[in-house]
Design a protein. Sequence first.
Length: 289
Amino acid sequence: MDCQLDIYFLEAIINGLLLAGLLALLALGLNLIFGVIDVVWICYAELVMVGMYGINYAYKGGLPFLLAAAFGILLVAFAGAVLHFLVIRPVLDTPPINQLLVTGGVLFFLQAAATMAFGVEFKNLGIRLGSLSIADMNFSWARISTFLVALAGMLVLWLFLSRTYVGTAIRAISQDRQIMPLMGVDSRKLYLVTSAIGGGLAGLAATLMVLQYDIYPQIGLQFGPLIFMICVLGGLGSMIGGFVAAFIISQFIAVGSSCFHTEWGYAVAFLFFMVAIFIRPQGLFGSKS
C-alpha cells in the first residue's frame, strides 16, 4: 500500500477527473435513451466498439483523423437508429426482460461479428499526442483533450435539448410518454431521433477512446459494466446524476489504483456502488417509483 498525500496522490486525483469526462459522456448517451424510450441498451458499449473500428479503418484508409472521426460518429448514429428500428421498436410494449434479452443478443452478435471480421488482435491508430508535465506530474494530452471534448459534447447536447423544438419535444416526451401523442407529437419519430443521438454520443466517445485505448472485439466488456454502474448509481435516466456518478466512480478507480493496485481500484468502486444502492436503490438523483 502506498497512499501518501504527496504529488503523486494529487496526480491520481486529477487523472481521475480527466477519466470522469469520458465516463460521463458514455453514460450520457445511455441515460438519454433510457430517459426518453425507457429501454436500457445492454449493447451500448459494443456500439462504441463499432465506432472505434470504423474510425480505425477510415483513418488507415487515408482519411484525416477529423474526417475519420466524423465518419465514426455518423456510422454509430446510423447504427443506433437501425438498432431501434429493427430490434427495439418491435419489443417496446413487451416486458422489460424481453428488451434486455434482445439487446443482450445484439451485444453477443456484435462481439462475434467483430471477432470474425477483424480477428482478436489489438489495433490502434498509432497517434501519439505526448503528455503535459506540471510540477513532476504528467497528464496525457489525449486524456486532457478527451475531457475537454466530452464537456463540449455535453454542453452541445444540453443546448440542443433546451433551445430547439426537437430537443424540447424530446424532454417533454421523457416526462410524459402517454400525453404527448395526444398532442400530435409522433413519438415513433422522436424515439428514432433519440436513438440516433444516443448512437452519435457513442460515436463521439469512440472518437475519444481510439486516442487512448487499443481496439479489440471485447473492449465493451471493459467499459460496459462501468457505464451501467454509473447510470444506475446516478439514477437511470438522470443525465446530471450520471455526470456526478462518473466523477465519483472515476475517483475511486484512480485513487484506489494509486494506493493499492489497478484491480483494487475497480473493486473498491464496485464495492461503493453496492453499498450506495443498498442505501438508496433509486440512485443518487433517481426518484422513488
